[in-house]
Write a protein that binds this ligand. Structure first.
Ligand code: GLN
Length: 554
C-alpha cells in the first residue's frame, strides 16, 4: 500500500502536546499492525536545535545516525520503538541552506527563486523523501497555525493534500478547550477561530483533537462539529493524563485510531491489545516505594531540559515498581560545608550532560561527596568527565587537573589535560578533524558508536554483553594517560572504543555503585525496555534506602 500521510498541526496555544498526540496515534496504528514513521517539521531558522539553549527549547535529542533533533523525536522513539533518522526532522534553517546552496550552484539558473514553489517543493521533497515501506507517515508541524514562520510548511502540506488526494492525506488539528472558572463552562470559541485560521490557508481539518482538563460534553462537540465542518465523531477530546503513557489508551477510548482508519477506508490488520500500556500505567500509579535522585546541574529548573533523562529514570522506576522522585539540586549546594544537611534525603546522585564552566566547582564537589559517602553515583557525559577530573585531583593529587573546555591554563602535569579536545577521530571510515576554531554547530562526536566492555566489571554485569552501542554528543574526550595511575586507586576504564583510544565507561571499585559514561544512555531507554544502567542505578538507590532504614531503626 502506498504510504498515507497524517499531518498534525496545532492551534490556539503552544505546548498542547502535539508531539505526544502524534506519538500516541502512531503507537495505536502500530498496535493495529501498520508500519509507521514519525517526522517533525520545525519552522525556526536554526539548522538544528544543537545550538539552542535547552532551557528555552528543551532537550536536544540525538538519533542513531547522529542528528541533533527536536525532543519530540524522543517521544516518537519511546512510544513506537522505531529509531528516528536524520531525515525525520527538518527545520526552516535546513531548507534554506539547501536552497541557497542550490541557487549558488546554478540549479535555478535564469529563474527567480521564491517561497512558492521553491521552498515549498523542498519541504514536500523532505516529507516524501526517504520513505521505505511505511503504511503511515505522521508529520507534526511545529508551532501554531498563524505563525508567520510556519506559513511555508502549512502551504506545502496543503499542496500535498491536493496532489495526493483525501484518500492518502489526513489533517489532524490539536486545539484547546479552556475551562472558564467564573462561567463554569468549557469554551469552544478558540477552537472555532483556530480552525477558521487553518481554513483561511486552505486546510480543512479532518479530525480535531481537543485538549481539555475535563470531559467535553456531547453538546460542545456538536457545536464544534457544526462550526468547523467536521463530523461529530471526529471531534475527539484529549484529556490531561496523569502520565504520558496513558495517552494512547485515552485517545483509543475516544475513537481516534478507529476514525483515522475509517477516513482511509482501511481495516485493522490485527486486533489492538493495550495490555502492555495498561501495565506500565498501573505500575506508575501504584508504586511500592520511592527513591529520591538528586540531579545536579547549573540550571535552576529542569522542565524539558532533560526530557529523555527524566523519562529514563521513570522507566527504571517502573521496572522496580518504585516512584523515582527527582530532586533538582543546584551544584553550588555541594560547595558549602553543610552540604550533608541538605542532602540527607537523597538516595543517589546523578550529574547529567552539560557544557561550559558554570557550576563545575559544585559538580566536582558532588562527585567527592558521592564517592566519600558511598552514595550511588551516575555521571553522564559531562558527569563522567567531571568524575574523572575529581578522581585525578583527589586520588592522584594532581590539584590543577581540569578540562580544556573550561580552563585555558594547561595543567603542569605532563600527561596533559584530563579531558581534552581530540583533534581527529574516525567515523564511518572517514576521518573527522576539529580544532577550537571549528564551527560549533554539528561538529561534536554525534550518534551511535560501539564500545567494548571489559569482563568482570560493573559495566559487564549491567549490560551482560562484551560489546554495546550507545549514542554520543560531546566535543571533548577523557585522556587515557591517567589510566594506569587511576587503576591503582581502584578506578577502572571498563568500556573503551574498539581501537582502545577513547574511554567510554569509568567505574570505581569498593563503592556500592559508581559509574560514569561518555555517552547518553537515556536516549535509548524505552518504557517497555528500561535502559540497564538506569535500572541498575535505581536498584542501587533502593538498596541505599534499605540500608538507611536499617541504620535508622537500630
Ligand atoms: N561539554 C562536554 C563535551 O563537549 C560534555 C558534553 C555533554 O555532556 N553532552 O565534551
Amino acid at each position: 500500500m502506498a504510504a498515507k500521510y497524517i499531518f498534525i498541526t496545532g492551534g490556539v496555544v503552544s505546548s498542547l502536546g502535539k508531539g505526544l498526540s502524534a506519538a500516541s496515534l502512531a503507537a495505536l496504528l502500530q498496535g493495529r499492525g501498520f508500519k509507521v514513521r514519525l517526522r517533525k517539521l520545525d519552522p525556526y531558522l536554526n539548522v538544528d536545535p544543537g545550538t539552542m539553549n535547552p532551557t528555552q527549547h528543551g532537550e536536544v535529542f540525538v538519533t542513531e545516525d547522529g542528528a541533533e533533533t527536536d525532543l519530540d523525536l524522543g517521544h516518537y522513539e519511546r512510544f513506537t520503538g522505531v529509531n528516528a533518522r536524520k531525515s525525520d526532522n527538518v527545520t526552516t534553517g535546513q531548507i534554506y541552506s539547501t536552497l541557497l546552496a542550490k541557487e549558488r550552484r546554478g540549479d535555478y539558473l535564469g529563474g527567480t527563486v521564491q517561497v512558492i514553489p521553491h521552498v515549498t517543493d523542498l519541504i514536500k521533497n523532505f516529507i516524501r523523501g526517504s520513505e521505505t515501506d511505511e503504511d503511515f507517515i505522521l508529520c507534526e508541524i511545529g508551532g501554531t497555525v498563524g505563525d508567520i514562520e510556519g506559513l511555508p510548511f502549512f502551504e506545502a502540506i496543503r499542496q500535498l493534500g491536493y496532489e495526493l488526494g483525501r484518500g492518502r492525506v489526513l489533517f489532524v488539528h490539536v486545539t484547546l478547550i479552556p475551562y472558564i472558572a467564573a462561567a463554569r463552562e468549557l469554551k469552544t470559541k478558540p477552537t472555532q477561530h483556530s480552525v477558521k485560521e487553518l481554513r483561511s490557508i486552505g486546510i480543512q481539518p479532518d479530525i480535531l483533537l481537543c485538549r481539555a482538563d475535563r470531559e467535553v460534553p456531547l453538546g460542545d462537540k456538536k457545536k464544534i462539529a457544526q462550526f468547523c465542518n467536521v463530523p461529530v465523531e471526529n471531534v475527539i477530546s484529549a484529556l490531561d493524563a496523569a502520565t504520558i503513557y496513558q495517552v494512547p489508551q485515552n485517545l483509543n477510548r475516544e475513537g481516534l485510531d478507529t476514525q483515522v482508519l475509517k477516513h482511509f477506508g482501511l481495516k485493522s490488520k490485527r486486533e489492538l491489545h493495550l495490555a502492555e500500556w495498561e501495565r506500565i500505567v498501573k505500575r506508575h500509579a501504584q508504586p511500592k516505594g520511592e527513591v529520591t535522585v538528586a540531579l545536579v546541574g547549573k540550571y535552576t529548573s529542569i522542565g524539558d531540559t532533560y526530557k529523555s533523562l527524566t523519562e529514563a529514570l521513570d522507566h527504571a522506576g517502573i521496572a522496580h515498581n518504585l516512584r523515582v522522585k527527582v530532586q533538582w539540586i543546584n551544584s553550588r549546594v555541594f560547595e558549602s560545608a553543610d552540604a550533608a544537611k541538605k542532602l540527607k534525603e537523597v538516595d543517589a546522585i546523578l550529574v547529567p550532560g552539560g557544557f561550559g564552566e558554570d557550576g563545575v566547582r559544585g559538580k566536582i564537589a558532588a562527585v567527592t561527596y558521592a564517592r566519600e559517602h558511598h552514595i550511588p553515583y551516575f555521571g553522564i557525559c559531562f558527569g563522567m568527565q567531571i568524575a574523572v577530573i575529581e578522581m585525578v585531583r583527589n586520588l592522584l593529587g594532581v590539584k590543577d587537573a581540569t578540562s580544556s573546555e573550561f580552563s585555558a591554563a594547561a595543567s603542569k602535569d605532563l600527561r596533559g589535560p584530563v579531558v581534552g579536545l581530540m583533534t581527529e577521530w574516525k567515523t564511518a571510515g572517514k576521518t573527522e578533524r576539529r580544532s577550537k576554531e571549528s564551527d560549533l554547530g554539528g561538529t561534536m562526536r554525534l550518534g551511535a558508536y560501539p564500545c567494548v566492555i571489559a569482563p568482570k566489571t560493573l559495566a559487564h554485569k549491567i549490560y551482560g554483553a562484551a560489546e554495546i552501542s550507545e549514542r554520543h554528543r560531546h566535543r571533548y574526550e577523557v585522556n587515557l594517560n591517567y589510566a594506569d595511575a587511576l587503576a591503582k586507586q581502584g578506578v577502572v576504564f571498563s568500556g573503551l572504543s574498539p581501537d582502545g583510544r577513547l574511554p567510554e565507561i569509568v567505574e570505581l571499585k569498593n563503592h556500592p555503585f559508581f559509574i560514569g559514561v561518555q555517552f547518553h544512555p537515556e536516549f535509548k531507554s524505552r518504557p517497555f525496555a528500561p535502559h540497564p544502567i538506569f535500572a541498575a542505578f535505581i536498584k542501587a538507590a533502593k538498596e541505599r534506602v534499605k540500608t538507611n532504614m536499617a541504620l535508622f531503626t537500630c
